[in-house]
Design a protein around this ligand. Structure first.
Ligand code: SF4
Length: 220
């Protein structure tokens, strides 16, 4: 769990579509419609099984992007010497990347899920206890890693600078559970460093759960 020293995790509100059943009822009452005997009920196409596939994602440490993310113009040499080996070590041991496809979801139903496992959070917490500024540097490194990994798989995310967060389907939530992740309705999972977005890229801010509170939201 983040402490008060760390940047607050965004708690986005879910976007919901509200229909108006009362209005539909009134319209129907004005003009009764005779049942159409010739009409056959439309058969619902079976959605098919959810597919979960481990994929390779290759994050790259980019000093410029890291500095931008950290709000710094330069990085001390000593810190850089600590960051780079950690980046490689985390990528090798703790980075997880999956493509989850739910045929019932929009488009071709593909989604990307990337996260860093709990030992990374523990390591950052340990560093934080000794030095909050070093802890913040590693915290930013973990964010840089999951974003870089996501951009490696979905290159359009690099232009956007963020990842649109779709609302997962019921099937995708079950896939999360099987992978050991718990989804919170605010739009987070029980891992501190994670990215969930559509794959391939589609619809931008229009499908993003963060949109209602996002200052960078656009009409794309
Ligand atoms: S609303 Fe748009 S800019 Fe904001 S986080 Fe979502 S995709 Fe990014």
């Amino acid at each position: 769990m983040p402490t008060t020293k760390k940047p607050a995790v965004k708690k986005p509100a879910a976007k919901t579509a509200v229909k108006n059943p009362a209005a539909q009822k009134t319209a129907a009452a004005k003009k009764p419609v005779a049942p159409n005997k010739a009409a056959k009920p439309t058969a619902k196409k079976p959605a098919g099984p959810i597919q979960v596939e481990a994929i390779d994602a290759h994050p790259e440490f980019d000093l410029f992007t890291y500095c931008e993310l950290s709000g710094e113009t330069r990085i001390e040499h000593d810190l850089l010497e600590e960051l780079e080996p950690r980046f490689d070590g985390w990528a090798e041991k703790y980075l997880r990347a999956y493509k989850i496809t739910d045929p019932a979801a929009p488009g071709d139903g593909g989604h990307l899920l990337i996260w860093l496992e709990e030992p990374v959070e523990d390591e950052i917490e340990g560093v934080w206890q000794d030095s909050p500024s070093a802890g913040m540097s590693f915290h930013n490194l973990a964010i840089h890693m999951v974003m870089s990994a996501a951009q490696n798989v979905v290159p359009e995310l690099a232009d956007k600078g963020c990842a649109p967060l779709p609302k997962p389907t019921a099937g995708i939530l079950k896939a999360f559970e099987k992978l050991g992740l718990v989804w919170n309705k605010e739009g987070t999972v029980n891992r501190q460093f994670a990215v969930f977005t559509r794959m391939p890229y589609s619809d931008g801010c229009g499908i993003c759960m963060l949109r209602p509170k996002c200052p960078n939201a656009s009409d794309d």
